[in-house]
Design a protein around this ligand. Structure first.
Ligand SMILES: Nc1ncnc2c1ncn2[C@@H]1O[C@H](COP(=O)(O)OP(=O)(O)OP(=O)(O)O)[C@@H](O)[C@H]1O
Length: 331
């Protein structure tokens, strides 16, 4: 990527590597290295909602920690707002903010408003700005009517919204959100997504990690799919789905597990990928293929009488795309 092109980005990550080194054994200690981030590169523009997607252990949190000045990289270069998070942390910190999933960075014994007041003071925000900004933030995250209640009385969703308000007290240019909707009920998660969308509309840049593909599809302008520390795909959700344009999914629901069927499905060469999910009540099998009509004639003879509850075809979702990339990348 040339210099001119890079300058339009406010997050620049190039060939980032981070190793964790530990020592195992009591006497003869053996060095053990885990490469959590493996040659990762991506660039984010101002105002984007950029998603970092990956399974547990993919290296997302490690990457965010490096980008937010909390952890040193092993090698590679990172530039946030034109600053190096390691050597220019002091200049960078007031201009960014972050929320880590499940983190307890609020004081539960005091009210929501008092929390925002306290965190504003840590950033030396003037009384004049605080007076205007804190009510605005409480309004933004829908906590205006609960501002003077203790945080310990808040629901999980309210606490998470207060975390977002907390991370906005310094009016950051970039917000890093590590799994912000984890553990929230569907309405709480939707409220949080709406807040994130609103922030991007106001010109904030958001880097978000999530396990929920529909969430990434809904709010992210672009997503990077990371597997075992490596980038395996990067594009808009629409483009990623379009690249698998000729991919359809046939979904079968069966009233019980059918090993013979799975064995037979493995023989159909027109099926690109098979995913089976077994619950107490039923077995669901998803088949990725290019042309369902080429699969059906071979599929139906395999299904034992009485086993099939339903069958339907659908277009590939971002989740299918994600599974496609993650299962294809080398282990
Ligand atoms: N402090 C540490 N010491 C040793 N290994 C670590 C440390 N922190 C993370 N790792 C390892 O680095 C890899 C990446 O972890 P990381 O937490 O960055 O992944 P993640 O994508 O955020 O996962 P999750 O979705 O579970 O939060 C994992 O293999 C993890 O076990």
């Amino acid at each position: 990527m040339d210099q001119e092109k890079q300058s339009e980005y406010i997050i620049e990550v190039q060939n980032l590597v981070r190793d964790y080194v530990s020592h195992k054994g009591v006497f003869r200690k053996k060095k053990h290295t885990v490469r959590a981030v493996n040659n990762l590169s991506f660039f984010v523009k101002k105002g984007e909602i950029f998603g970092l997607l990956g399974a547990n252990g993919a290296g997302k949190t490690t990457t965010i920690k490096i980008l937010t000045t909390l952890l040193a990289p092993t090698s590679g270069s990172v530039s946030i707002l034109g600053l190096d998070p390691m050597t220019q942390a002091k200049a960078l910190r007031p201009r960014i903010s972050f929320v880590f999933g499940g983190e307890r960075s609020l004081y539960w014994r005091i009210t929501g408003r008092e929390n925002l007041n306290y965190f504003s003071d840590l950033y030396h925000i003037s009384n004049e700005i605080k007076k205007r900004r804190i009510p605005e933030l409480l309004e933004l995250v829908g906590l205006k009517d609960h501002a003077d209640e203790r945080v310990e009385t808040y629901s999980k969703g309210m606490k998470q919204r207060l975390q977002i308000a907390r991370c906005l007290v310094n009016d950051p240019e970039i917000i890093f959100l590590d799994e912000p909707t984890i553990g929230l009920d569907p309405i709480g998660a939707r409220d949080l997504r709406n807040i994130v969308k609103m922030l991007a509309k106001q010109g904030k840049t958001v880097l978000i990690t999530t396990h929920y593909m529909y969430e990434a599809d809904e709010i992210c302008g672009r997503v990077a799919i990371v597997n075992k520390g490596k980038l395996v795909a990067l594009d808009t959700p629409a483009n990623l789905k379009a690249q698998t344009e000729h991919t359809s999914v046939i979904e079968l629901h069966l009233n019980e597990k059918d090993d013979a069927l799975l064995k037979g499905l493995n023989q159909i060469k027109e099926i690109d990928q098979i995913r089976a999910n077994h619950t107490d009540q039923y077995e669901s099998v998803s088949l990725q293929c290019k042309e369902p009509r080429t699969v059906f004639p071979q599929l139906f003879p395999l299904i034992g009488t009485g086993h099939l509850l339903s069958v339907r075809t659908r277009e590939a979702t971002l989740e299918d795309v994600y599974i496609h990339y993650v299962s294809q990348s080398p282990h």
